[in-house]
Design a protein around this ligand. Structure first.
Ligand SMILES: C[S@@+](CC[C@H](N)C(=O)[O-])C[C@H]1O[C@@H](n2cnc3c(N)ncnc32)[C@H](O)[C@@H]1O
Length: 243
């Protein structure tokens, strides 16, 4: 209850922060009036905007198109004012035809060349014992920054899993990958198990997850037979071994 109140206050605070950037705030309001999609939280959008303007990624993948696509485009535009040659590859992935078309139609004209909004179906994938859902996108867009706000991670045989795309991205990237994750706690949980809490953090007040500098070498090795990947302590607790 207390935490919920803090989350509410944090949302008000980040909304106020956006309001102080009138250009971006006007675009957000304009989009919110037209959209039928559930947008990411203000706290998430703020982290996203700050993260991109600070780290200036070369290649961005967004999982779950919508208002956040406009915020990312605005971040790119603001970097371009200082560094006109900044031209990141930006792919936004959407699994539902309705929301894909909606997002393509609502994207402000000035951002049409900034982002490739792709419609992709969903598939299940696994890394060791962890089974998740990802966009079926080939080739996997190269990326050093991922925004995770999709896909739907219900699995075919029932139950839920986690959003897998960040793992695919880390496995196919030669450079460290950063990410912002909107609320998806099962995704943060699995990533903390695989990459450790130093790289993957979750803020319980803002409910935003962040991943900083993850590489293939940071991913714990999990293959057959599973038993060799675990340590046992005196009390019988099992721990995934750090590679
Ligand atoms: C949380 S939404 C993504 C929101 C997006 N990042 C934004 O900021 O607007 C995750 C996915 O849910 C689906 N979705 C969006 N709005 C929805 C709604 N109102 N009802 C059901 N599904 C929705 C879309 O497929 C979307 O990619």
């Amino acid at each position: 209850m207390f935490l919920q109140k803090l989350t509410y206050i944090a949302e008000r605070y980040y909304k106020w922060k956006f309001q102080s950037n009138s250009g971006l705030w006007n675009e957000i309001q304009d989009y919110q009036q037209k959209t039928k999609s559930t947008g990411a939280k203000y706290a998430t959008l703020f982290y996203l905007y700050k993260f991109i303007t600070k780290t200036r990624p070369k290649s961005i993948t967004e999982c779950g198109t919508g208002l956040s696509t406009v915020v990312i485009c605005h971040a790119i535009e603001s970097i371009k004012k200082e560094e006109p040659s900044y031209n990141p590859r930006f792919v936004s992935l959407e699994s539902e035809q309705f929301y894909w078309k909606h997002a393509v139609d609502l994207l402000p004209g000035k951002y049409k060349n900034y982002v490739d909004i792709k419609l992709a179906s969903l598939v299940e994938d696994n890394y060791g014992m962890y089974r998740g859902v990802r966009y079926d996108c080939k080739p996997i867009p190269p990326c050093d920054f991922v925004f995770v706000d999709g896909p739907d991670y219900k699995v075919d045989k029932g139950g839920f899993s986690f959003c897998f795309d960040l793992i695919s991205c880390i496995l196919s990237s030669e450079t460290p990958v950063n990410a912002v994750i909107d609320t998806r706690v099962s995704t943060v949980y699995v990533l903390q198990k695989l990459l450790g809490q130093r790289i993957v953090k979750y803020n319980p007040v803002t409910r935003v997850g962040t991943v900083k500098g993850a590489t293939m070498r940071n991913l714990k090795e999990i293959s057959e037979p599973p038993s060799r990947h675990f340590n046992y302590d005196f009390w019988g607790n099992l721990h995934l071994k750090i590679k």
